[in-house]
Design a protein around this ligand. Structure first.
Ligand code: PRP
Ligand code: URA
Length: 208
C-alpha cells in the first residue's frame, strides 16, 4: 500500500517548528497534537457512513454518521500518547488501547512491556499512533501484537518517518496503510532520523 504523505504548506511550517531544538516542551506538545489531528482527519477519508434522520428546527432531513464504536486509537507508549489528544478531537468517542514498547538503545530492537486493548478489538479499525517511524522495529512489533489479538484493519499514523521504517512496514505488513506528515532522508548510526526532531518522547515530556 502506498504511504500517504501530507503535502501542505501548513504542515511544512509546523514541522519546521517541531524540528527546532529551541522549541519549548509546551509548543512541541501542542504541535504534535495538531499534526496528529490532521493525520487522523486524513486517515478517516474512507470511513463508512450510515444514514440517520435529523430533525432541524425547520424540517426533518437525512443526515450521515460515522459509528465511532468501530474505531480504536492505540498509542505506542510513551511518545504515541502525545498524539491522543489531537486524534480525540476528530473522533471523541473512539476507544483507546495502549501498547508499551521501547527500543533497546544498543540493539535498536523493540522491547514489549505493556498491552491493554479495548473489548472486541478484533471488530474495530485500529489507528496506531507513534510520532516517529525510524527502523520500523517498534511499529512492526506493535502491528504484530494487534494482529495476534485478531485485529484485521490497521492504519498507522506517524509524524516523521525514515525511508527504512516505511520500507520495513510495507514489507512485513503490506495490508497496513501508513499516513505520515513527513518522510526524512535517513537514519544515523544510532538509529535516529536525520534531520528528524530528536527523541520525541523526551521532547514531549521534557525528560532530557
Ligand atoms: C521511539 C518512538 C518509536 C520508536 C521508533 O520510542 O516513539 O516508538 O522510538 O523507533 P524504531 O522505528 O526504530 O523502532 P522510544 O523507544 O524512544 O520510547 P519512548 O516513546 O518511551 O521514548
Ligand atoms: N525515536 C525517536 O524519538 N526519534 C528518532 O529519531 C528515532 C527514534
Amino acid at each position: 500500500m502506498k504511504t500517504i504523505i501530507l503535502d501542505h504548506p501548513m504542515i511544512e511550517h509546523k514541522i519546521s517548528i517541531l524540528r527546532n531544538e529551541k522549541t519549548s516542551t509546551k509548543e512541541f506538545r501542542e504541535l504534535i497534537s495538531e499534526i496528529a489531528m490532521i493525520l487522523c482527519y486524513e486517515a478517516l477519508q474512507d470511513a463508512d457512513l450510515e444514514e440517520i434522520e435529523v430533525k432541524t428546527p425547520i424540517a426533518t432531513t437525512k443526515g450521515l454518521r460515522i459509528d465511532e464504536n468501530k474505531y480504536a486509537f492505540v498509542p505506542i507508549l510513551r511518545a504515541g500518547m502525545g498524539m491522543v489528544e489531537g486524534v480525540l478531537r476528530v473522533m471523541p468517542n473512539a476507544k483507546i488501547g495502549h501498547i508499551g514498547l521501547f527500543r533497546n538503545e544498543e540493539t535498536l530492537e523493540p522491547v514489549e512491556y505493556y498491552c491493554k486493548l479495548p473489548k472486541n478489538i478484533e471488530d474495530k479499525t485500529v489507528i496506531l499512533l507513534d510520532p516517529m517511524l525510524a527502523t520500523g522495529g517498534s511499529g512492526a512489533a506493535a502491528i504484530t501484537m494487534l494482529k495476534k489479538r485478531g485485529v484485521k484493519k490497521i492504519k498507522f499514523l506517524s509524524i516523521i518517518s525514515a525511508p527504512e521504517g516505511l520500507k520495513r512496514i510495507q514489507k512485513e505488513h503490506p495490508d497496513v496503510q501508513i499516513y505520515t506528515a513527513k518522510c526524512d532522508n535517513e537514519l544515523n548510526e544510532n538509529g535516529y532520523i536525520v534531520p528528524g526532531l530528536g527523541d520525541a518522547g523526551d521532547r514531549i515530556y521534557g525528560t532530557k
